[in-house]
Design a protein around this ligand. Sequence first.
Ligand code: SF4
Length: 902
Amino acid sequence: MSTRSARAAGPTADVRTTCPYCGVGCGVVARHEPSGAVRITGDPAHPANHGRLCSKGMALGETLGLAGRLLYPQVGGRRAAWDEALQTVADGFRRTIAAHGARSVALYVSGQWLTEDYYVANKLMKGFIGSANIDTNSRLCMASSVAGHRRAFGADVVPGCYEDLELARLVVCAGSNAAWCHPVLFQRIRAAKEADPARRMVVIDPRRTATSEGADLHLPLRPGTDGWLFNGLLAYLHARGCGDRAFVERCTTGADAALEAAQASAGSIALVAERCGLAPAAVEAFYRWFAETPETVTLYSQGVHQSSSGSDKVNAIVNCHLLTGRIGRPGMGPFSLTGQPNAMGGREVGGLANQLAAHLALEDPGHRALVQRFWNAPAVADAPGLKAVELFEAIHRGEVRAVWIMATNPVVSLPDADRVREALRRCPLVVVSDCYRDTDTADLAQILLPALAWGEKEGTVTNSERRISRQRAFLQPPAEARADWWQLTQVARRLGFAAAFPYESACDVFREHAALSAYENQGRRAFDLSGLCALSPAAYQALEPVQWPVHADDAAGTVRLYGDGRFTTPDGRARLVPVAPRLPVHAPDAAYPLVLNTGRLRDQWHTMTRTGRVATLCRHTPVPYADLHPDDARALRLADGQWVRLESRWGHVVTQVRVGDRVARGSVFVPMHWTAQFSSAGRVGSLVNPVTDPVSGQPESKHTPVRAVPLEPAWQAMLCSRTVLGLPPDVAWIRVREQGYWRTLLAGFGPVEDWHATARRWLGAVELPAATGTGQDWIAYHDPKAGRFRVALLSGHRLLAALSVGAALEVGAEGWWDAAFAARQLSPRQRARLLSLGASGNGAGVVDPLICACHRVARSAIVDAVRRSGRAEPGEIGRLTGAGTACGSCLPEIRTLTAQAG
Ligand code: SF4
């Protein structure tokens, strides 16, 4: 994908870097072209993706613009010099600590960060401020795996690698919609299966997803019952003699207790099936396939982690691999997929409130003393800090009085998000470092610090298979934006710790991080970068992707761990952990009868700060729908596309309904991405209960009781405008980024007396594009009897905005508005059709979603091609439309559409 960049000056050679989105960690090549464009392609030499990218990666070039960027420090809403801003942060932290102690301040950081940023933050907080109040948004996505790994292996280690997913004869995908959330890795699994269809895939997920569509077996289990399913598997494996007795006796402890717990909870296949809401034959097939397939990988992700018993679920999975000895060898093992690009790197440096740096244990006095010696620190924190949900609760209570939030948007992403917003409103000092100014969290900051964005920063990330890759800069930093490690270093110096924070480059930080991992290690700790301690700046710049541990005598890294049966516990044995499964804390009841599940979409990333600016990505799913089963929709008198208010005991969202069998009866699914920048009430975090896993602190984001209240708008409208327009608080709205304009869908619940005056108020603020003159031309049509009102606002012959109001939503002909807003001069025909939405009789009420973002092929075009070709085969659809012939992220959806037609 090639996109013009206003900052295309800089290095002219290709720059190899890493995608900043998901935990697959794909290699990317950025090329400055003579035209000034930056061309983004997959890196054929990167072992994670071998040149492939998904739709989000392909569109990275479109995120490089400066619109919405935070470019200068701000203090109290006014521009400030860096020196003043940094001094104000340091003074605020110093004053707060002096008055209320070290635990009254906190850092809340991000799996989007580079390892170098994380290292400096953790050192400052745990070693020099002396509190462990640093936590990360990675707490929301993989803390349960960290806890499960540490209990089972003695260290937070993912034993296997991506190649294992291609070597496996059976891939069990538990609570992971990898087709959308880790698309390139999923394509590797699919390609292996297509090369050898005898390989099997089992998907365990309450929802029907793009991942489950291609599975040999889909187990749509009742939400929260995974523990029973895997305990049942453990008991089944034992009963059938499938355990590896020699491995269990030589390499593990705890097998008897784990088996006893499994047998007590799971009983029989019939009981497991009943508890999980599955057909006994399906459970039996899964167990049998697992039993008879030594090369089995169990891939798991947020559906397992985001639970009040997430750590136990992880251990229930790991137990099955330990009982059978299927771990650390080619094509087998438990495999936790990290959500974010550097969740793993954050774990390495102790970015979680209950960990020390370099995988050292905060609870271990010997480890604390080691870190104190290495850092020459005055005081290393001796108690765990506040985990994410606890942290914002402590802010709400006034116990934490200064917080520095970096590269994350907790007002959107945390559970009970309205309370988080309220907590930040109450907090005496809120500092936010971010690339973007227009985020829900930045809106609450007293001090804003401009950070570097992807393409501007230098450092490393670690992906889900422990592979450390370089992120390299290929753009000049804009205005006064600075690296996060630099910002932290400057504040640390101003707090009096200059000697311990001498860093002048990311390379300086990395070398120290690597040296700490090697310090007094001698093979005791798995996390060991001794082979990278002495990198020169040139060697750091040239660092090739490598999997840790990287020992001093073997710089090639380590593909797999634990294949020799030696684990990183004190006795060298892995531990099977007894699991007593628990249901989610809050059960549905008469007042809140539905279970809310939340998750990612294919083409959006987290809180849309980047992907929300890319029109092609927004068009895949333009509206934050609530998926409902047809029976529930019928009972609630809700129709497809209808506005609905979802309510829980913690908050509400307003969105549109999508009816279908993607979810089971009694369930509702809402995507996690929408923010106050894109919707009037679309932050799903407002609904989510703040219950957490007692071991990992990870929130139960997959299970909140809710109810659905149908909304009946008095009118609905579509507003298209070149710039974002403010809207009154009493209308519901959802904003979608389009090519060169914004499309906003609105619903109003009271009468509007004068639509002409209302339209002038709403549209009057639209900004004129350059060189269009200042005159404005209004064209309006009003049919009060039909309740229809349409208006277009022009400057000369250019379209500035258009509003269409009616009893039902009408969005117009597909692609017509794109052409109208792109035209420097509307043609007479375009102008004549402005008030008929492009073509008379064409007023479709939904935006046609883009299935193929690379070639901009809409769903309707694919459905049409399927009908015309009469062939249910994605290759033929690709030949006819181009869909699915570039990155391939849309292939699962094309297969679904062709299968439906077949
Ligand atoms: Fe980026 Fe997509 Fe690769 Fe994930 S799968 S790292 S989002 S290109």
